[in-house]
Design a protein. Structure first.
Length: 80
């Protein structure tokens, strides 16, 4: 739908930054999170805004975030 709208408006689809939000269970392994983000990158999303559902330990959330960002940095977005 977005691709069609861009064509009608004369705007290059590749210039649109596509973002998705995700809630991730706080007990999910980092590898599982990165794999899921890889799946959404394959769909063409450029950014993922995510939260750790149910976390009560801010330091643990920061640690997970750091590991996810480190590993997800290698993911390629489809269409880019």
């Amino acid at each position: 739908m977005l691709r069609e709208h861009c064509a009608r408006e004369g705007r290059p689809y590749g210039e649109i930054e596509k973002t998705i939000t995700r809630r991730v269970p706080d007990e999910a392994p980092v590898g599982q999170i990165v794999d899921e983000f890889g799946e959404v990158a394959a769909l063409g999303f450029d950014k993922v805004i995510f939260s750790l559902a149910g976390t009560r330990d801010p330091q643990a959330a920061i640690d997970v975030l750091g590991k996810v960002v480190e590993r997800a940095d290698t993911l390629a977005t489809a269409g880019r």
